[in-house]
Design a protein around this ligand. Structure first.
Ligand code: GLV
Ligand code: MN
Ligand code: MN
Length: 398
């Protein structure tokens, strides 16, 4: 077992303590918990011999500094969803640092840049791959965007970003590829008995915020026929969106956020806001599903006499991973006696954004029960060691 793999597991435990709330892992963008996690990552990068910098958004980049050879970036994100597991994103960053450790004193064929993205989940502000977009030099989103408590994105950037860093792409001049190792977040590898898998494509997704506005009123006095209940409309939209995804057969639809106002047991809800997350590997079918959901919102709102607004937070196409890079990882895995299957990713990843600039590839690690976005996320040190050996071989070998 490589010492670097054991260390990566211990570090995942240590990072888990960097949380907004004790007793769980919640590490959203622009919080002191996120900065504390980044400080740990930076210390480990420095120990691994990487030169580090933090960009204006708060991404952390560590470079080996061998600019005379083709560069490979390896990374993932270190923010989390609310009440998360300890491996989603974080493990990919730790494996990249482990790779730098494994290569210490060697003369690898490639340069290495470790990239730790500060906001992939969009769990606090209504942003869309904020970290990786900012890394690539994109315009920062509107600082006036707010979280659910009314704090602004500008204040989050003040906490997490490096004001002294200028705009501009952080893509190293010699970058030829971006690799991301990530837990599968699904059950396929475990069911098939494979520690690792090679990702073929990353599913596109759409995220909407739907706001329904009716009339708040007395729960005891307003007859059912005269109500404009914003939450009942939202609930019907959620169920209809679920039905539309089931009818497609391969799409998935999720309503994961619900806010009802004024929020009292004896008041008819005057306003309700829900998120709708829609995903499909096939871009045309996802577009059709989105069209159907727009119709549902309009139809339910009309029938129930409420006003409806739809805000598009995120609309990403499906992205293909580079077959050549995938084959290089597969060859390295075969050297370990493994035969990793090819599989698509149903989850979104920073590789989606990087793919517009460099070829990308993803290595999946099996996780117990396929469970993710849940504190029960679990991986084995053996599988982490195998992933580390694969990544290291790809950077080391021509
Ligand atoms: C990221 O975890 C996503 O797929 O939503
Ligand atoms: Mn996630
Ligand atoms: Mn992730």
């Amino acid at each position: 077992m490589s010492a670097a793999a054991v260390r990566a597991m211990a570090r995942a435990d240590e990072l888990a303590a960097c949380s907004e709330r004790p007793g769980e892992i919640t590490r959203r963008y622009g919080t002191p918990a996120l900065v504390a996690a980044r400080d740990l990552l930076e210390a480990w990068m420095l120990e691994a011999g990487l030169r580090t910098r933090v960009d204006r958004a708060g991404n952390l980049i560590g470079t080996l500094g061998r600019e005379d050879r083709p560069g490979i970036m390896i990374g993932s994100h270190f923010d989390s969803v609310v009440d998360a597991g300890r491996y989603d994103g974080t493990l990919g960053v730790l494996l990249a640092i482990g790779c730098a450790e494994e290569l210490a004193g060697a003369d690898p064929a490639h340069d290495l840049a470790v990239v730790a993205f500060c906001d992939e989940e969009g769990a606090r502000f209504p942003t869309d791959y904020f970290g990786s977009r900012a890394f690539l030099g994109g315009a920062l989103p509107d600082g006036a965007l707010t979280d659910s408590e009314g704090a602004t994105l500008a204040s989050g950037i003040e906490t997490a970003g490096n004001a002294a860093a200028g705009p501009g792409s952080g893509l190293p001049a010699n970058a030829t590829a971006y690799l991301e190792a990530h837990i599968e977040q699904g059950p396929v590898l475990e069911a098939a008995g494979h520690p690792l898998g090679i990702v073929t494509s990353i599913t596109g997704g759409v995220k909407l915020t739907v706001t329904l506005t009716g009339t708040a009123g007395h729960a005891g006095t307003v007859p059912m026929s005269l109500r404009r209940d914003a939450f009942s409309a939202a609930a019907e939209i959620a169920l209809e969106a679920e039905r539309a995804a089931r009818d497609d057969g391969e799409a998935v639809a999720t309503v994961g956020q619900v806010a009802v106002s004024p929020g009292a047991a004896n008041v008819i809800p005057g306003r309700a806001t829900i998120s709708i997350d829609l995903r499909h590997q096939d871009d045309d079918r996802r577009a059709r599903l989105l069209g159907r959901v727009r119709e549902i919102v309009a139809e339910v709102a009309r029938r129930r006499g409420v006003d409806a607004g739809i805000e598009m937070i995120h609309d990403e196409r499906s992205v293909a991973c580079d077959p050549g890079l995938g084959e290089r990882m597969r060859a390295a895995a075969r050297g370990l006696g493994l035969d990793p299957p090819a599989l698509p990713s149903g989850a979104g990843h920073d590789a989606v954004i990087l793919s517009a600039h460099v070829p990308v590839a993803m290595l999946f690690l099996r996780c117990a029960g396929g469970i993710s976005h849940n504190p029960a996320e679990s991986v084995t040190t053996e599988d982490v060691a195998a992933a580390l050996a694969v990544l290291t071989a790809v950077v080391r070998d021509p």
